[in-house]
Design a protein around this ligand. Structure first.
Ligand code: F6P
Length: 527
């Protein structure tokens, strides 16, 4: 035969062999055309964490659609355990006068670290003081006076009692760390050198435990006034029997008592962070170690400027209509309508205020943002949860092709990692730089995806990991979050443009998500 004589020659017989070999391979129709539209221009300074548009992503997603999973991903579509954080034992001791935002910082830090799955608890000495006083009153009928004079350094008996409370609270914190906790926050004034020396000495007795002092200094009268107002109007049990005016006057006297003895941190050997006016200026001293540095970096990014964060999923996509997950499909007709209507909704809401729009690198988010008259940035980290070998399939197809995986995901959705893809935990980890940047920025609109927005939303509302994968983030709805002192206010705007419902509830249950409030929590204290 001819081909025997010339092995390189292409013959009809050889072509038909190639044809047969290719017949089982499903080609993605999107490969024939550019899968992603021209990226928007990159605007703004864009910190180092802001990723350039990455065209290669389209190819990597296609690569994950193999009909037969490659060997390397077989068997990993399963629950993946939480990383072992048992070695992390940190005491964060707050330092600062009253009304300097110590509880605010404690609460923020707790929310961030809990989102990253560290076990964190705030030990508030004021609450311990009140609960002990209540107990005493019940037992002996004697009511302790906790007005300003109780906090005077000249009040020897009260000073002794307050020192004892701080010591007891620290002991409780240390016991809690011994029992498995990772970061215990000692929320007290710790405003003298001698008090800090005691804390340091006590923690040093515990092997592997470290202390970081976190001093919140505030010399902005407006900020102090706001903190004072918050204290007297937030249902603080110390002021339950006083009028607002009386409460304010008493609280200001209390601050004076502390000012008389306050010593800012100057001890050169301490590990500490000093934050001035929540984010205006930060001093970092002797901060070593992974988690410690992370805590410092997070706190450095905080600010208190009023702003809103808007979340919207992309407009309905063609894959949404077909019930398929993942992929990089364009918008459906209704999705395009949403993209057209979105600018008016946002502009009506925000007026002339500056806003930056963040999208993922997937075309459904970029197309949804296309008419928005704001600066835009694309983030690879905002791409939808990678469903690995299940990318492009419907839930029914997944259940049929991978019944065990499907059941595992239903059992424990947060921990389930798709074969060759990601789990919700993986997504939280990759979103951490996004959270960091969100804390640094002012008004931001994120045009994102269902799983991504669930993870971000859970951070702002302090929702537990088990509930996170079931949070309802419907299509064609803008969620506006406005950070407040102890949480976020939320408003939702749904445009009257129909869309499919992509929410798949956990089989057999309908968890009711409890949003945390925006008020300071007094941890079960009766006001
Ligand atoms: O269905 C839309 C979608 O964004 C998919 O692309 C993604 O896999 C899915 O939602 C994530 O939601 P769930 O974790 O509930 O499957």
């Amino acid at each position: 035969m001819d081909s025997d004589r010339n092995p390189r020659e292409v013959t009809p017989a050889k072509l038909s062999l190639v044809d047969n070999a290719l017949s089982g391979v499903k080609l993605d129709p999107h490969l024939a055309v550019p899968r992603v539209h021209t990226p928007p221009a990159m605007f703004g300074a864009g910190g180092p964490m802001l990723k350039q548009f990455d065209q290669s992503n389209a190819a990597s997603r296609v690569g994950s659609q193999a009909a037969t999973p490659p060997r390397s991903v077989v068997g990993i579509g399963n629950k993946v355990a939480k990383p072992d954080y048992s070695e992390a034992k940190i005491v964060v001791a707050m330092v600062g006068l009253p009304a300097r935002g110590k509880s605010y910082l404690s609460n923020k830090l707790m929310r961030y670290l809990k989102w990253l799955e560290y076990d964190v608890k705030v030990f508030n000495v004021g609450q311990l003081r009140r609960s002990r006083a209540r107990q005493k009153a019940q037992e002996s009928g004697k009511h302790e006076d906790h007005t300003a004079s109780y906090f005077s350094h000249d009040n020897v008996e009260a000073t002794r009692l307050r020192d004892q409370l701080a010591t007891d609270s620290l002991d409780m914190l240390i016991q809690w760390l011994r029992d498995g906790g990772n970061v215990g926050i000692h929320d007290a004034t710790n405003s003298t050198r001698s008090r800090r020396a005691k804390i340091e000495e006590r923690v040093a007795q515990e092997k592997g435990f470290v202390t970081i002092f976190l001093e919140s200094v505030c010399d902005d009268p407006a900020l102090i006034a706001a903190n004072v107002a918050l204290k007297v109007s937030s249902g603080d049990p110390d002021y339950k029997d006083m009028s607002r005016e009386e409460a304010k006057a008493d609280f200001l006297r209390r601050i004076k008592q502390y000012e008389a003895v306050y010593e800012t941190i100057t001890e050169p050997h301490l590990s500490y962070l000093r934050i001035i006016n929540v984010g205006n200026q930060v001093t970092v001293c002797r901060i070593h170690g992974y988690l410690q540095s992370r805590i410092a970096f997070y706190l450095m990014n905080l600010h208190l400027k009023p702003r809103s964060i808007f979340f919207s999923r992309h407009g309905e996509s063609q894959y949404n209509v077909e019930g398929k997950i993942g992929g990089d499909s364009p918008l459906s007709e209704r999705g395009q309508k949403y993209a057209t209507a979105l600018p008016a909704l946002i502009t009506d809401n925000i007026g002339d205020a500056p806003l930056t729009v963040w999208t993922s690198t997937l075309q459904r988010t970029i197309l949804t943002a296309q008419h928005l008259p704001y600066n835009k940035l694309t983030w690879k980290s905002l791409d939808e949860l990678d469903a690995g070998v299940c990318d492009g399939m419907t839930y029914e197809e997944i259940e049929h092709a991978y019944p065990d995986d499907f059941a595992h995901r239903d059992e424990d959705k947060f921990n389930y990692r798709y074969r060759g893809g990601e789990s919700y935990r993986d997504v939280v980890v990759r979103l951490e730089p996004v959270i960091m940047e969100l804390e640094r920025q002012e008004n931001i609109l994120i045009i994102g995806h269902q799983a991504i927005l669930r993870c971000l939303y859970a951070y702002f509302h302090n929702l537990p990991q088990a509930d996170l994968p079931y949070i309802k983030i419907p299509l064609h709805t803008v969620i506006k979050l406005t950070p407040k002192a102890y949480g976020c206010d939320e408003e939702r705007y749904t445009l009257p443009i129909g869309a499919v419902d992509t929410h798949r509830p956990k089989p057999g249950s309908s968890p009711q998500l409890q949003l945390s409030g925006t008020g300071r929590e007094y941890y079960g204290e009766k006001a």
